[in-house]
Design a protein around this ligand. Sequence first.
Ligand SMILES: N[C@@H](CCC(=O)N[C@@H](CS)C(=O)NCC(=O)O)C(=O)O
Length: 118
Amino acid sequence: MFVIRWILGRIILLLNFVFSPKSIKRQPEQQADIDEQCRTLSLYQYPACPFCVKVRRAMKRHGLNITTLDAKQEPHRSELQNRGGTMKVPCLKIEQAGEVTWMYESNDIIAYLNQRFG
Ligand SMILES: N[C@@H](CCC(=O)N[C@@H](CS)C(=O)NCC(=O)O)C(=O)O
């Protein structure tokens, strides 16, 4: 089972690499503004998880430089479990006006990114 999942994961990463979406091109000052906003976001994810790949592709399309954290590694694993509340990826951590929101579900995360940066 582990081997099959590992092979499937490599296939997903290969397809994602070959068919990588193009990033939107912005004026440097616009991109700098987006980059500043993205400093308050972090994506807890697994590299080969298909739901995480879907979110990372949306980030690439929108040209979002959001920090990605491997939720299999510490301290990210414990942070996600203890502060987010569930050990599930992808999860977008949103820090805004002193409040932290942990957004789960790839479709919800993509809808949020589309609405905020689309
Ligand atoms: N419906 C969720 C599915 C997410 C999901 O099933 N993620 C798996 C990894 S692919 C997970 O976090 N499983 C729990 C674990 O690995 O501990 C979404 O679209 O985000």
